[in-house]
Design a protein around this ligand. Structure first.
Ligand code: KG4
Ligand code: ZN
Length: 339
């Protein structure tokens, strides 16, 4: 018999709901929050208020679009953390209310685990290659940068992590320095396409093992731009595409240098990526090149499943449902929540 799971994601500034039938996605609806654009970053209080306004229409639409009835659902999966506490509370409270009213079991989901499992989302009538266990996943988002050893759907070990800023944060902060809107990652990606990645050289950090650091790079970029603007007030305008291309190239090199070491150390050649930054075109291109150079099998989720979405929460809920792992009404969200 098929399993139907409703997924709910509200960890940051996207309110999203999805319905999955086993591992096949039936619907995935996301309401973005434009309200933060004016502030250059996510404002937690505004995010939770917007989640409250969006959650009922988003869930309603996801269920309607899936073509199923509420009473067909076997589980309600929701993001327990990590994320903004006020935002997580909205999704968690909604899941609890829905579960009580409908007598459908709740399943708590770790948002980071869900980003990794986005690689297993299937679509109706579409073929897709899925990673084989064990595989390595480079998880790169606005809040996290990790190399994860994935031995099974629910068995993941972090091999390396950032000691300070995440890769997405590095993109967003560097973008802000050169006057690009928030979130800056996609803007840098677009402008970099017409730039020269060798135009400017930035120092890469020397961090031991498989860990990362991006705060020194960001500070180096800030000082370089500030000094260059002192000499030439038009510097940013005249070099915007080269600046984007050079900083993007450096961030991607830092990410992939460590991924290559992880693959060598573990002897694993199944490599996946996940998280918002995996939408980056240079990261995807370099990864494909590296797969040819190193004989890797590379897995890149579709764009809509890389940034925050409820489809990844629903598929994680599905795998937990199969293991009989459920949550009770006394569950509380967790702002910090390791994989
Ligand atoms: O996974 P995500 O949607 O949210 C978090 O859980 O953090 O990731 C958002 C991050 C932002 O920092 C955004 O700038 C970055 O992903 N991002 C990109 C691109 N698209 C999104 N960074 C670089 N290039 C992109 N094309
Ligand atoms: Zn995320």
């Amino acid at each position: 018999m098929s399993v139907y799971i409703l997924g709910i994601e509200s960890s940051c500034d996207d309110t999203s709901a999805a319905v999955i039938k086993d591992n096949v996605l039936l619907s995935n609806i996301t309401a973005n929050q434009d309200v933060h654009k004016a502030y250059g970053g996510v404002v937690p209080e505004l995010a939770s208020r917007a989640h409250q306004q969006n959650i009922i229409p988003v869930v309603d639409l996801a269920i309607k679009k899936s073509g199923i009835n509420i009473n067909q659902l076997n589980g309600i999966a929701f993001t327990r953390g990590p994320g903004l506490l006020g935002s997580l509370l909205v999704g968690t409270s909604f899941a609890k209310g829905f579960s009580l009213a409908s007598k459908i079991k709740m399943i708590e989901v770790n948002h980071l685990q869900a980003h990794v499992l986005a690689n297993f989302i299937m679509e109706k009538n579409a073929e897709k290659n899925k990673p084989e266990f064990p595989f390595l996943c480079l998880l790169v988002s606005g809040g996290h940068t990790q190399i994860i050893l994935v031995e099974d759907y629910l068995k993941m070990t972090v091999l390396g992590t950032t000691l300070d800023d995440a890769a997405g944060e590095a993109f967003d902060k560097c973008a802000k320095i050169i006057g690009l809107p928030y979130p800056g990652g996609p803007h840098i990606d677009k402008l970099a396409k017409n730039g020269n990645k060798q135009a400017f050289a930035f120092t890469k950090p020397k961090i031991k093992d498989l860990d990362y650091s991006f705060s020194g790079l960001k500070t180096g970029f800030l000082y370089f731009v500030r000094d260059s603007v002192k000499d030439n007030p038009e510097f940013i305008k005249n070099n915007l595409e080269d600046l984007c291309s050079s900083i993007q190239h450096t961030i991607i090199e830092i990410l992939l240098d460590k991924l290559k070491i992880a693959a060598q150390k573990t002897g694993i050649s199944e490599i996946a990526i996940a998280g918002g930054v995996s939408a980056n075109s240079e990261l995807k291109n370099r990864l494909v090149e590296m797969s040819n150079e190193n004989n890797w099998q590379v897995y890149i989720p579709k764009f809509e499943y890389t940034t925050d979405n409820a489809a990844m929460i629903a598929i994680t809920g599905y795998f937990k449902y199969l293991e009989g792992i459920f949550a009770s009404q006394d569950i509380a969200p967790k702002a910090r929540f390791e994989i």
